[in-house]
Design a binder for this molecule. Sequence first.
Ligand SMILES: [Zn+2]
Length: 302
Amino acid sequence: MNISLAIHSSPRFSTWIWVPDWRVLIDAGDGVTQQLGYKIRKIDTVLCTHAHRDHIGGLLQVINQRGEAGSFALAHPCGSRSFDQVAAFANSFNPGTSWNTVWQALEEGDWIDSGVDGRLIHAFRTRHYADDNPQAAPRSLGFHLMWRKQKVREEYRDLAQAELDAIRLQIGREGITEPIDEKWLSIGGDGQPLNPDEVRGSKVLLHEATFLSPDDYDSEEAGEDVGHVHSTVHEALRVAQEAEVPNVVLYHISTRYSDQEIKTAVREVAAEMKLAARVWAVLPRRVYWDLLRERPVWNGAE
Ligand SMILES: [Zn+2]
């Protein structure tokens, strides 16, 4: 597992994730352009999980700064009208650069190319709005970052190289290989616990964990977030365990907690469920430039 991940997540204020290997920015919270600077031009696709202010507060700047360097894609859930409004505003406020934005309204299950050959994005449905209608177009989406590799077809895998070469010369390289899609990273944005079946096979799961304890749902701060569904550390790690993913990143952890409270809670929950996965916790208010090279909070139970 070798994937570089820059991330900042302070719920209510700003969340953004930059994955250079796919040239994608996932969500565009306040301050993302200030942090990335001219690296913003290395983004070919902006993926928006949903239209809450802490996830799109920096979008106008991204459109402006990235648009200066030419066209790029901005993909978002098709059921959210907020993106049409942002697009209309951006196009009138700063037309010179905004017209370089290629807006893409995604359905669940849609596949799009990233700017990197063989690296794809696959959208899936999430549930963040309490009144979400599963029959209607999605207002929130999660994304899998996929790597499509050409591998030798199963029936040819046991052949000696000379035999394989002979067949290749006869039927061509396309005939002996098939595309295999590897799921490198899955991210759900805000919402209720993801379906383990959806994220199974992923090398890295990014799951929101707004609350350390379900009791905190009743607090004053959560009260302002009425109508939206979130996850706890326990729920997020349960998803990881059931899906058997080897690496978990907990993010979107409420700013009400201290760093120590967060680390302690994650270790206690992981220890209690004897979680085999390694766990990183994105502490609020920080910017990580290569998160998975940092020491995990939980190293996996033996
Ligand atoms: Zn939200």
